[in-house]
Design a protein around this ligand. Structure first.
Ligand code: 6PG
Length: 469
C-alpha cells in the first residue's frame, strides 16, 4: 500500500497521532527504532477499527512506502534524538520531501535543521502539538511553522486531524522558521501560569476558607460552568473527587508536593528576559516549581517559623466568589504577558504572526483550552494592533468589575501567610501597567548618581546628567 504520510517515533504522542491520522482516512506508514512499538501500534490500529496504518521495522522500506513528495512527521524526544532521526531519514529521502518535527523543540534548533536539510533540497517544519495522549488520539491543537508551501501540502491532513471548534479546526500556519515551536513554547509557559493560579486558589480555599476536598470539587465544577470553563478547571474538579485506592482519604492529599517539569516553561521565562517583555505571572509559576522542589529545606524551615494567626470570620461563599474573580483577572494578565511575548518575538523575526488566529487554535484540543480564548480572539479581531489585552474595552471592563475581589484575595493571602506568587505577580503587572507614573524616576536618579548613566526629563527634551554632590 502506498501511504499518504509517514510518522517516526511511536511513544505515547506518536502512536496516538498516527492512529488519529489513519482514522481520519489518511493511510499512514509508521516506524520506530525499537520494533516492539511498531507491533503495538499495528495491533492497536487493527483493534481500533482496522485503520489504514502500516508498520515498518526498516527505515528504508518505511520511506519507500510513502507517496512522493513525501511528508514525514517525527515525534521523538527533543534535542539529539531529533538530529539522530533526521540523519537516518535523509539517507533515504529525496529533494522536495518534507520533515515535520512534532516535538516540544527549541525554535532555534528547528531553524538550524531547516537550513541543514535545505542543502539536500528538503523542506522542514517545527510543529507544536498540544493535548497530551487524548488530544493526540482524538484531536490536538497543532502549531506548525516553516515554509508556507510545506504547510499547504499537509494542511488537508492536519485540518482533519486537529480538534474541531465552532470556528474551524485547531490548526493554522503559524509563520515561517521556528514560529510554530515558539508559539507552542509560550502555550506551555501560559500552561504553567494557569496551573499555578489554580493551585493558589486551592491553597487559599483550603487553608483560609477551610474547604474540604468534596467542597473544592463542587467549587471547581461550578466554576467550570462559567467564565472559567476550561480543561484545567475541569480536571481539577475531577482530581478532588478521586479517593485514594491504596489507603484512606483522597489521592490528592497523598501526592508529594514537588512539581516536576520538562522545561518548556523555563524557556518561556528565559525568552521573556531575552526580549525584555515583562512576564511576571509565568516567572512566578516557574519559581513556585523550584521552591516546591526544596521539600526537605521547607520541612526544616517550617519548624523555625510559625504560621500567622488565621483570620477570623471567613465567609466561605464570599471567599469562593472572590477567588473566582481573582483567578479570572489574574489569568487575563498572564495571557497578556504571553501574547505580548509572542508579538515581540514575531516582530523581531518578521514572522507576520496573527495573534487572533493563535488564540483561536487554542480554543480546543490543547491543555489551556478554554472559553476564555474566544474572548482573546475577539479582542484581537476588534484591534489586531492591540498593545495589551488589559486595554481592550471588554477585558478592561471585566478587570474593573473584579479588582476589588482580586485585592481582597491577595491581601487575605498575605495576612494569612499563604504565598500567592502568581496572583500577586498578576496584580502587580496590572498595577504597574495602569499607573501613569511609577517610581522609575528614582531608579534613574540612582543610576545617574553612581554611574553617570544619564536620565530624561519630564519637562524638556534631551539626555541629562546632574552633579549630585
Ligand atoms: C501539552 C503539554 C505537553 C506537556 C508538557 C508539560 O501542550 O500537551 O504542554 O507539552 O504536558 O511537556 O510540561 P512540564 O513537564 O514542563 O510541566
Amino acid at each position: 500500500m502506498s501511504t499518504r504520510i509517514g510518522l517516526v517515533g511511536l511513544a505515547v504522542m506518536g502512536q496516538n497521532l498516527a492512529l488519529n491520522i489513519a482514522e481520519k482516512g489518511f493511510p499512514i506508514a509508521v516506524y520506530n527504532r525499537s520494533p516492539e512499538k511498531v507491533d503495538d501500534t499495528v495491533a492497536r490500529a487493527q483493534a481500533e477499527g482496522d485503520l489504514p496504518l502500516v508498520g515498518y521495522k526498516d527505515i528504508q522500506d518505511f520511506v519507500a512506502a510513502i507517496e512522493r513528495p513525501r511528508s514525514v512527521i517525527i515525534l521523538v524526544k527533543a534535542g539529539k534524538p531529533v538530529d539522530d532521526t533526521i540523519a537516518k531519514l535523509v539517507e533515504h529521502l529525496e529533494p522536495g520531501d518534507l520533515i515535520i518535527d512534532g516535538g516540544n523543540e527549541w525554535f532555534e534548533n528547528t531553524e538550524r535543521r531547516a537550513r541543514q536539510v535545505a542543502e539536500r533540497g528538503l523542506l522542514y517544519m517545527g510543529m507544536g502539538v498540544s493535548g497530551g495522549e487524548e488530544g493526540a488520539r482524538k484531536g490536538p491543537s497543532m502549531m506548525p511553522g516553516g515554509p508556507q508551501e510545506a504547510w499547504e501540502r499537509v494542511a488537508p491532513i492536519l485540518q482533519k486531524v486537529a480538534a474541531q471548534v465552532d470556528d474551524g479546526p485547531c490548526v493554522t500556519w503559524i509563520g515561517p522558521g521556528g514560529a510554530g515551536n515558539y508559539v507552542k513554547m509560550i502555550h506551555n509557559g501560559i500552561e504553567y501560569g494557569d496551573m499555578q493560579l489554580i493551585a493558589e486558589s486551592y491553597d487559599i480555599l483550603k487553608h483560609v476558607g477551610g474547604l474540604s476536598n468534596d467542597e473544592l470539587a463542587d467549587v471547581f465544577a461550578e466554576w467550570n460552568r462559567g467564565e472559567l470553563e476550561s480543561f484545567l478547571i475541569e480536571i481539577t474538579a475531577q482530581i478532588f473527587r478521586r479517593r485514594d485506592d491504596q489507603g484512606d482519604g483522597w489521592l490528592v492529599d497523598k501526592i508529594l508536593d514537588k512539581t516536576g517539569m520538562k522545561g518548556t516553561g523555563r524557556w518561556t521565562v528565559q525568552e521573556a528576559a531575552e526580549r525584555s517583555v515583562a512576564a511576571g505571572t509565568m516567572t512566578a509559576a516557574l519559581d513556585a516549581r523550584y521552591l516546591s522542589g526544596l521539600k526537605d529545606e521547607r520541612v526544616a524551615a517550617s519548624r523555625l517559623f510559625d504560621d500567622p494567626a488565621p483570620p477570623a470570620g471567613i465567609d466561605k461563599a464570599a471567599l469562593v466568589n472572590d477567588v473566582r474573580q481573582a483567578l479570572y483577572a489574574s489569568k487575563i494578565c498572564s495571557y497578556a504577558q504571553g501574547m505580548n511575548l509572542i508579538r515581540a518575538t514575531g516582530e523581531t523575526f518578521a514572522w507576520g504572526l496573527d495573534l487572533g488566529a493563535i488564540a483561536r487554535i487554542w480554543k480546543g484540543g490543547c491543555i489551556i483550552r478554554a472559553v476564555f480564548l474566544d474572548r482573546i480572539k475577539q479582542a484581537y479581531d476588534r484591534d489586531p494592533k492591540l498593545p495589551n489585552l488589559l486595554v481592550d474595552a471588554e477585558f478592561a471592563r471585566e478587570i474593573k468589575e473584579r479588582q476589588d475581589a482580586w485585592r481582597r484575595v491577595v491581601g487575605l493571602a498575605v495576612a494569612s501567610g499563604i504565598a500567592t506568587p502568581a496572583f500577586s505577580a498578576s496584580l502587580a503587572y496590572f498595577d504597574s501597567y495602569r499607573r501613569a507614573r511609577l517610581p522609575a524616576n528614582l531608579v534613574q536618579a540612582q543610576r545617574d548618581l553612581f554611574g553617570a548613566h544619564t536620565f530624561e526629563r519630564t519637562d524638556r527634551e534631551g539626555s541629562f546628567h546632574a552633579d549630585w554632590e
